[in-house]
Design a binder for this molecule. Structure first.
Ligand code: PEP
Ligand code: MG
Length: 773
């Protein structure tokens, strides 16, 4: 047996180092060669081979090897499903054999020298569920590889997949360069800086109404992203006297800044383990990019113009690429241009980072990964012009505590750079060039905003009503970075971890291994407290930019949440395996299915979970089958609450969706927001019926929608018998204090009264009377 034992952190560091070895100049094969020797050393294995999948021939080709006959590299091929290598990729499963020859799919390769090696371990390399290749380790000792080795090789495979994909993208790009048309206007079209519209906001104070999407308040200087190049071209002539040495200095400084940003991002948002700034660094190191700039400088071009030309060229190539992943990289290219040009100015000091620190960013729309970058770069606030007002972008901004206002006034695009802007996100106000008085008021308000220290001071570890009844307050979690806030609020656990957010903010599917590491770290940080992991709730207003789905005219009634998972079993199984493995770390981990509409769906999902559990056991991977729960978010599920309570281990009411579906009101449509009424008698009666139906079964019931932080409604919720509520961490102190003023007998009586009302107005009048009394 292998004595290879490493703690996961050291392992991740080593793998990070391995990925850092990639440098486009020396090519993919040279990287793979270094990778196999590092992996062989890392796994203490005599042989390591990497096969890459060729889509054209559907073959796996040996691209790098250590320990076998080197003449086979580039020549040895396996078809999909052929031999252990082909089988591993076809089934997308690792193959671990005490003796590889015992496996019926084993295929001996003459003249390879592999007769000396008995133990065999192959792990598929996949990216976004697409085949990339297979990594194999072999050793002369019988039964040498352990469950730990399988896990280690999975981590390595997931990291390799990213590098191979990036390399392929750049290669494909170069091949297609000539075929791509160029646009005279450059990327993004012309900036609307002239005309009467722009002049309206060019001077004086303006107050522009918008819609709150996230966060509180912010103040800063305006900047518009995505059009730096046009701005520079129009306004800034190239500085004189720049040399190739200035470009080299600027490139080195830019790389250091990017790596520092990546580090800051990882400190802030552990979920974003993938390299958000990876594409920037890769381009910067790519000889076809930097080398071309140097050639132009040597031919007499001013370095400023050389950078400008090359960035325009790449932005254009990306923008016109048929590959949607590449089109999304236009902002990355422009961002890289922004940094390089800034750093080319000899006056730019090291400390002077060309980032968005303290700025109010104005943009037409943004991707989730842009929100991450802006947060890492310290942007003070965001103004989006409508197209970006998808609630997942808003929830992400909320999770990052980044004030965000959505506003359709296109004049904002012409606000001159570095104009003072005050953002009262909660009040939905954008003030351009605010007066001194407004600035003072804002400063005052900013001082009073909830901080982790204030949360820690105001919250208690236990919540009780006035008469001493225990209520459990848990936190809703969207990103791991919110855990600090949850801990400061002394929550008793995580009642809802929306696991889709780590998927949404990335550019590609996290692998099973990456998910496992993320889930495990949440459990470890919660140190024995319960954590409810909700499986993916993709669909509705939460799309994955990297996973194309057909257009739906009613996405909230479409392929969403559990339906999406059941329709994409490979994605579902990968998440379940990661969750079952993480559950091994804590007895208090739980799994919950979102938007379950029928018991049939629940049993199908549970069967898949059990099958994943059996597979993991058979593979010898440590795992645990935790409690499995159901979200009640659909009227049909509410009707069958008693039956669901018998079938599942626990239930949680998702009032955001339950209200949306009960009242037929789109929760993201601000035009109908006044109809989204938690005070509707049908909502009250549905909640009461659920509580009543679940009670005799003795199963745990909680509530995890926004209604839980509606202080006015707390007496009703406790009055119908709810005792566990999961809410945003920032709301904990206010909810805890309100619960401390409730007497359960009174609350039960009030709830009974409220259930007699037939009109929303009666419920609201009653709540108003209670507030005044
Ligand atoms: C809900 O619907 O109430 C809920 C908690 O889930 P989400 O807001 O993520 O849809
Ligand atoms: Mg929901």
């Amino acid at each position: 047996m292998s004595d290879f034992q490493k703690d996961p952190v050291a392992l991740m560091c080593d793998i990070g180092e391995l990925v850092g070895l990639f440098d486009f100049e020396s090519g993919l094969d040279s990287f793979l060669k270094r990778a196999v020797s590092m992996v062989a050393w890392h796994m203490r294995a005599a042989v390591c081979s990497i096969y890459l999948y060729e889509a054209k021939t559907q073959d796996l080709v040996l691209r790098a090897n250590q320990g076998l006959n080197p003449a086979l590299v580039g020549r040895l091929r396996f078809a999909l499903g052929e031999g252990l290598v082909g089988t591993s990729l076809k089934t997308l499963k690792p193959i671990c054999e005490a003796n590889g020859r015992d496996n019926p799919n084993y295929k001996f390769v003459p003249d390879s020298g592999e007769e000396a090696f008995v133990s065999y371990l192959a792990v598929p390399i996949t990216r976004k569920m697409n085949p990339v290749g297979v990594i194999v380790v072999q050793d002369p000792q019988y039964n040498y590889f352990t469950a730990n080795d399988i896990q280690a090789l999975r981590v390595i495979a997931s990291q390799l997949a990213g590098v191979v994909e990036n390399a392929h993208l750049l290669l494909a790009l170069r091949k297609n360069q000539d075929a791509v048309s160029t646009s005279a206007d450059g990327p993004g079209g012309k900036l609307e800086t002239d005309g009467p519209e722009a002049l309206l906001l060019a001077t004086g104070t303006h107050c522009i109404p918008g819609i709150w999407a996230a966060g509180g308040m912010a103040m800063g200087l305006s900047t518009r992203i995505g059009h730096y190049l046009e701005r520079t071209a129009l306004n800034d002539p190239a500085p004189e006297g720049l040399t190739e040495a200035d470009f080299d200095r600027a490139a080195a400084l830019t790389e250091r800044q990017l790596l520092e940003l990546q580090r800051r991002l990882q400190d802030k948002i552990q979920d974003a383990a993938s390299m958000i700034f990876g594409a920037h660094v890769l381009m910067l190191k790519d000889d076809a990019f930097a080398g071309e700039i140097r050639l132009k400088i040597r031919a007499g071009k001013n370095p400023w113009d050389a950078v400008m030309e090359e960035i325009r060229h790449y932005a254009d190539l990306f923008e016109h690429s048929p590959n949607s992943l590449m089109r999304e990289k236009v902002l990355d290219v422009e961002d890289l241009g922004h940094r390089l040009l800034h750093n080319l100015n000899p006056a730019a000091a090291e400390a002077d980072m060309p980032d968005y620190t303290g700025q109010i960013v104005i943009a037409e729309s943004l991707l989730p990964s842009d929100i991450l970058k802006l947060s890492a770069e310290g942007a003070a606030g965001l103004i989006l012009l409508g197209t970006g007002q998808h609630s997942h972008v808003a929830i992400l901004a909320k999770a990052l505590d980044l004030p965000l206002v959505v506003c359709g006034d296109r004049r904002l695009l012409a606000v001159p750079e570095k104009t003072p802007v005050l953002l009262d996100a909660k009040g939905g106000q954008i003030v351009i060039r605010p007066g001194e008085e407004a600035i003072q008021t804002m400063r005052e308000l900013l001082r009073n905003l909830a901080t982790t220290e204030q949360l820690a001071r105001r919250s208690k570890p236990e919540t009780r009503t006035l008469d001493g009844t225990r209520v459990t307050l848990m936190a809703n979690l969207n990103l791991v970075s919110e855990l600090d806030l949850a801990m400061s609020a002394k929550v008793e656990g995580i009642g809802l971890y929306r696991t889709e957010f780590p998927f949404i903010i990335r550019n590609a599917f996290p692998t099973e291994e990456e998910q496992y590491v993320g889930y495990k770290s949440v459990l470890e940080r919660m140190a024995g407290k319960p954590v409810v992991f909700r499986t993916l709730d993709i669909g509705g207003d939460k799309a994955l930019s990297y996973f194309p789905t057909p257009h739906e005219s009613n996405p909230f009634l479409g392929l969403r949440a559990l339906r999406f998972s059941l329709r994409n079993p490979e994605i579902f199984k990968q998440q379940l395996r990661a969750l079952l493995r993480a559950a091994h770390v804590s007895e208090r981990a739980k799994i919950m299915f979102p938007l379950v509409a029928s018991l049939d769906e629940y049993w199908t999902a549970k069967e898949i979970t059990l099958a994943c559990y059996r597979d993991l056991r058979a593979e010898g991977i440590p795992c645990r089958l935790p409690e499995i729960g159901v979200m009640i978010e659909i009227p049909a599920t509410a009707m069958l609450a008693a039956d669901f309570a018998k079938a599942a281990d626990f239930l949680s009411i998702g009032t955001n969706d339950l209200i949306q579906y009960l009242l037929a009101v789109d929760r993201t449509n601000s035009a109908v927001s006044s109809f989204f009424s938690p005070h509707h008698p049908a909502v009250l009666r549905t909640l009461a019926r659920i509580a009543e139906a679940v009670k005799p079964t003795g199963k745990a019931l909680s509530l995890c929608g926004n209604l839980g932080s509606d202080v006015q409604m707390l007496p009703f919720l406790l009055g119908i018998g709810l005792r566990t509520i999961s809410i945003d961490s920032a709301s904990i102190p206010a909810v805890q204090e309100a619960i401390g003023r409730i007497n359960i007998d009174e609350a039960e009586w009030q709830a009974r009264e409220m259930l007699t009302f037939t009109r929303i107005s009666e419920v609201e009048a009653y709540l108003e009377d209670l507030r005044k009394s």
